[in-house]
Design a protein around this ligand. Structure first.
Ligand code: 6GU
Length: 237
């Protein structure tokens, strides 16, 4: 899969992509991530990319020219049109389901804004869909783009190494990984590892009992109870 990112801050992406699963997915060619700096396409003599909003109001708005020219340059690098996605708090919510859908694409093009937002003609002119990663405001779309890249990349075939994929099979009902916290639409049950007792806190007896059927039942009950307490909205679905 090819993921293009149009951004004013390509350097922000370096560290998250240099570790763990994302690094391996990149190194093994499962995913190709291409960062392009929008500012390089500004035709303004001061490389301006934002301006004051018509009608007044606070903040600055991302201008059409640099984004349209940057997009044209990026689009032409591959025959694949791809899904064109604008990162904004006004977008549809990013979910595991949407991540799975994006993981089926050959290419996605993420456009990260900064400042108060994008000139509306960027969305309409590029026929971009808008995605938000949650109901809070980030100072830019870069962190949102990284969240999407990480979530999508780990779903690609071959992205998770052997030690992970083996676990995935054990928990085949989970939303996509041994380390996921979502189990069949609810929250994950509590996990423990060695030692059996740490500072007087003991691992539940049931987990040491070897009764696999009972352990499964316990985990299911724990999962349901946690979901009811913390995320009742997930049970209504
Ligand atoms: Cl995609 N962008 C910004 N700036 N803030 C957000 C967001 C995106 N998703 C949630 N908050």
């Amino acid at each position: 899969m090819r993921i293009d990112v149009l951004t004013l801050f390509p350097e922000m992406f370096e560290s998250p992509m240099s570790f763990s699963i994302l690094k391996r997915a990149k190194d093994s060619g499962v995913v190709e991530i291409v960062l392009t700096n929008i500012r390089d396409f500004s035709k303004d003599k001061h490389k301006k990319v934002d301006d004051r909003p018509y009608g007044g109001g606070p903040g600055m708005v991302m201008m059409c020219q640099p984004v349209f020219d940057c997009f044209k340059h990026v689009a032409e690098q591959s025959k694949e049109k791809g899904r064109i996605i604008l990162l904004t708090p006004q977008g549809k919510p990013f979910t595991q389901k949407l991540a799975a859908e994006l993981a089926n694409e050959k290419r996605i093009i993420l456009i990260s804004g900064h400042y108060e937002g994008f000139d509306e003609r960027i969305r309409t002119g590029l026929a971009a869909e808008q995605i938000s990663i949650g109901d809070y405001v980030l100072s830019g779309g870069e962190l949102a783009a990284m969240v999407i890249i990480d979530t999508v990349a780990r779903l690609l075939p071959g992205a998770l190494g052997d030690e992970y994929s083996a676990q995935d099979e054990t928990f085949s009902e989970s939303a996509g990984g041994g380390s996921t916290s979502l189990t069949a639409g609810g929250l994950e049950y509590p996990q423990y590892t060695r030692p059996e007792v740490f500072r007087d806190m003991k691992v539940p007896d049931i987990l040491l009992s070897g009764h696999h059927a009972e352990i499964e039942k316990w985990r299911h009950r724990q999962s349901l109870e946690r979901t009811r307490q913390i995320r009742p909205d997930l049970l209504k679905e």
